[in-house]
Design a protein around this ligand. Sequence first.
Ligand code: GMT
Length: 379
Amino acid sequence: MRIGITCYPVYGGSGVVATELGRALAARGHEIHFIAYSLPFRLSKVTENIYFHEVSVNRYPLFDFPPYALSLTSKMVDVAKHEALDLLHVHYAIPHATSAVLARDILEKESRSLPVVTTLHGTDITIVGQDASYSPVVTYSINASDGVTAVSEFLRQETYDAFDVEAPIKVIPNFIDTEHFRRLEKDHFRSVICAPKQKVVVHVSNFRRVKNVSHVVEIFHRILQEGLSAKLLLVGDGPDRSNVEQLTRDLGIQEAVRFLGKQDPVQEILSIADLFLLTSGSESFGLAPLEAMACGVPVVCSDVGGLPELVQGSEAGYLCSLGDLDAFSKACMKILTDDSLHRKMARHARDYVIRHYDTHRIVVQYEEYYEEIIRKVTA
Ligand code: GMT
């Protein structure tokens, strides 16, 4: 198939999933055309059957707010026509689904067919999409897509609860390349980061408010107060970073916390981690804990959104009530002070990911879904 993929090219879960999907589809012989405003950050190079089409936005002086969604639509039309796309798959509803259905309708006038699949990722439904300034357009664009997928059961249900959506939504969970994401031998790196007996706690996020990164620091503070010798590695960057930095100074634990900023490849950091900690107020799937689990790192996460779908039954860690910092620190202490429990959880984590979330298992689900949607549209 010739498949167009649109995503946010910047650091973030939906862009990672879209890029990895494109790569995996290309490896299975499909021709993949990424359409975005810059090269997706994990797509360092284009290869034989991966193409990149940059969307440039005309910055006419009248435009205080250049209409990116329209430039994207025009590029989608252009690529669909000249590359003879069989299907366009967009990740994150705003504005990608809207641009895609508009592109499809433009092409329909020229008697060309462009089936549109929209994948809902999270904040496009749980936070941003529900804002009155977007909600009617999001509803329309989801209903007008030819196929819709969500990355968890939670997100599927949330979409039906929050929007007037009638379109069937198929759940296809996120996935990971378990060959690439595995525990690597990084003893040298570990010895640079911490003392021999110190434990390493890792958090990875975009430091948006929904991630509650200050809770991560407060939980870590409690762990230190319990007498454990540990280092906290905070990976990623975003709006809350400076507040969180200030909090570490206020708590007097700045020496035990390292801010690593945006990092790729994250598996090198996860390879020295003893625990992954996530305290989000909402999380539709949780790609970051999936990456940690693939690297054999036990996880402690809040019991919100799609996180129970990922963590429950995996025996790879614990879920704690959102904001219950005592419960979080107890759960962390349990894992960090019991070597045999830690070993068991680490093994379960990786095995569980290989069994349920490996790229090979999930990408075929997308392929089958594309075929189903193309059949439906052309019937
Ligand atoms: O976490 C974010 O806000 C970024 C966002 C994105 O679209 O890049 O992440 C969402 O999509 C990821 C990939 O499907 C999911 O793993 C994240 O759970 C989801 N984030 C939230 O729901 C907050």
